[in-house]
Write a protein that binds this ligand. Structure first.
Ligand SMILES: Nc1ncnc2c1ncn2[C@@H]1O[C@H](COP(=O)(O)OP(=O)(O)OP(=O)(O)O)[C@@H](O)[C@H]1O
Length: 368
């Protein structure tokens, strides 16, 4: 079992005398990523600020190893914990390199003089997060995403045991989001760092976390592995969205479905219908999708966006009853779009739908 490096006991957090969350019992392990998720304003940042001593606990305690956080010396804490919180960092006339090198301050002594080793570590960190080219740029004159990565370089060049990150992906484009996640995985695997972070991107939280703490309305709600958290419709309840608009398997979301009488019938399957469903949703056209097997890759998208889905049991050939039902619904639609170009044994019923649509002359032009 991994060693617990930070844990809380009945922790209460908040501002002044106002408690935002209480009863927080979490453990962060070396070599593991713990992610906090939950709706806006739930208290994720407040927890992170409290466990890195930016805020006083309003009850309970935080421990780093065997020591209470409030009893640790500042320099001991600074060497073991690196923090990247949201909010602007105040800097004036600082180059990016200076900001990164500030990460080494627990090691530089009272005069703040950097050794060649400190500079080397700062250079390495800049190279790892891809900001070496910005080293001599004015920190206040770079983009938000670049600034985020420079701050991250500062946080990792300290070589902490615990890395605390509040919404680290906020300003990053997809490439840097993915490279940040890869970097975090490397830090935990190779350096045995414990990462504690908050994330809004659920698909990233699902893929990268070892454990997830879900926070909702004044209390920690659920704690577990991604498999435990992303199941049974829990995430939809946590965020108050309809169950069909969030796909647990992929950690992705769709727009809320359009209700109303279907105007279009989409013959789909095997993933071919996904782009058609999304296009119709963007255009505001209610539609029926069919005949989709329950285990089809596109079933979650069809279920999220279609006013109605005609489904077939997994691994079973399309039934006669479903073909008849689909033909009846097709007849009441103004058009049919066939998204599939290949028919096999299991979806032979869909080929019959296509033939029927041709007979009814309601097949959309340009779609076969
Ligand atoms: N400095 C502050 N003083 C007083 N209350 C605050 C302060 N900062 C945040 N709050 C309040 O604490 C609550 C929790 O805020 P917090 O920023 O921790 O939530 P969060 O889960 O991180 O939200 P988000 O996902 O929107 O970033 C909110 O009600 C917020 O208004």
């Amino acid at each position: 079992m991994a060693e617990i490096i930070l844990n809380t006991e009945k922790l209460s957090v908040g501002y002044g005398k106002r408690i935002i969350l209480s009863g927080i019992d979490i453990s962060a392990e070396r070599g593991k990523i713990l992610t906090l998720i939950g709706p806006n304003g739930a208290g994720k940042s407040t927890v992170l600020k409290t466990i890195c001593r930016q805020l006083e606990p309003l009850g309970g305690a935080v421990y780093i190893g065997k020591n209470r956080l409030d009893e640790l010396k500042v320099d001991t804490l600074a060497k073991s914990v690196s923090v990247l919180l949201t909010g602007r960092v105040k800097t004036e006339f600082m180059r990016c390199r200076d900001v990164v090198e500030m990460g080494r301050y627990p090691y530089t002594g009272k005069l703040g003089i950097l050794s060649s080793d400190d500079r080397k570590k700062a250079d390495e960190a800049m190279a790892i997060v891809g900001v070496a080219g910005l080293a001599d740029c004015d920190f206040d004159s770079i983009s938000d995403g670049q600034r985020q990565r420079v701050l991250l370089a500062g946080a990792i060049c300290r070589e902490p045991e615990i890395l605390i990150l509040d919404e680290p992906t906020t300003f990053l484009d997809i490439r840097y989001k993915l490279s940040l996640m890869t970097l975090l995985k490397r830090l935990v695997a190779e350096k045995n760092v414990a990462v504690i972070m908050s994330l809004h991107e659920l698909e990233l939280a699902q893929r990268v976390s070892d454990n997830i703490l879900c926070i909702r309305e004044n209390s920690p709600d659920r704690y577990g592995t991604p498999e435990e958290i992303f199941s049974g419709g829990y995430i939809s309840r946590l965020y108050g969205v309809s169950e069909s608009s969030f796909c647990e398997a992929y950690g992705s979301s769709e727009l809320e479905k359009l209700e109303g009488k279907p105007e279009v019938f989409v013959i789909g399957g095997g993933g071919s219908g996904i782009s058609v469903y999304r296009k119709l949703r963007r255009w505001g056209i209610p539609f029926t999708a069919g005949i989709i097997h329950e285990n089809d890759i596109e079933y979650p998208v069809a279920a999220a966006l279609a006013a109605d889905v005609i489904t077939e049991r997994a691994f079973e050939p399309v039934s006669e009853a479903n073909v008849r039902k689909a033909i009846e619904i097709m007849g009441s639609c103004r058009s049919v779009i066939c998204a599939i170009s290949h028919f096999g044994t299991m979806n032979d019923g869909c080929r019959r739908l296509l033939e029927e649509a041709k007979k009814l002359c309601i097949l959309e032009k340009g779609e076969t």
